[in-house]
Design a protein around this ligand. Structure first.
Ligand code: SF4
Length: 166
């Protein structure tokens, strides 16, 4: 991420504050990154590097706000609509937050109950859709548990950036 964007996200008034965080990286890595940015900027129109308008900045903040979901965050690209009518449990763009594991279990149990209820009442039109959602919930649970098992101490969820204005 370009450092001036990172500085805005972190609420730093000065780029030198943000640069202090880069001290954890090797010097040559930082240098390569800056060279890459300089080369990119040289071939892009200078208008792309202007300060964003208030409206653009608000839209950018909304981008993160609208990605907060019951089970985690939506990873669809910036500026794109939800193409799946918010059927998040089935969607590959859903990034499940490890803290939402309990909620995911609750949803899976509820789907199981609803399948039983639909079968008992002869609502067969519901059963297939609910079954698909239940299978998706189980797959998400398995992949979340696999991820949790891979890292000693479990993954650290960074969540979404907090926008500050100072
Ligand atoms: S259905 Fe997919 S694209 Fe739509 S909000 Fe949920 S995770 Fe995002």
């Amino acid at each position: 991420m370009p450092i001036h964007i990172a500085a805005r996200l972190l609420g730093h008034a000065s780029l030198s504050t943000t640069q202090a965080y880069l001290a954890v990286f090797q010097e040559d890595l930082i240098q390569s990154y800056r060279t890459f940015l300089d080369q990119r900027r040289a071939v892009r129109p200078s208008t792309e590097y202007r300060e964003p308008t208030d409206q653009e900045w608000n839209e950018f903040q909304q981008h993160f706000e609208l990605r907060k979901l019951e089970l985690g965050t939506c990873g669809r690209p910036y500026g794109t609509p939800c193409k799946h009518e918010h059927a998040c449990i089935r969607c590959p763009s859903l990034r499940v937050d490890p803290n939402a594991r309990g909620r995911l279990l609750e949803i899976a149990r509820n789907l199981g109950d609803r399948i039983g209820e639909a079968k008992a009442n002869g609502w067969l039109g519901e059963v297939e859709g609910l079954q698909t959602s239940l299978e998706a919930a189980k797959r998400k649970l398995v992949s979340l548990d696999r991820m949790l098992a891979r890292k000693p101490g479990g993954p650290v969820s960074l969540g979404l950036p907090t926008i500050t204005t100072s």
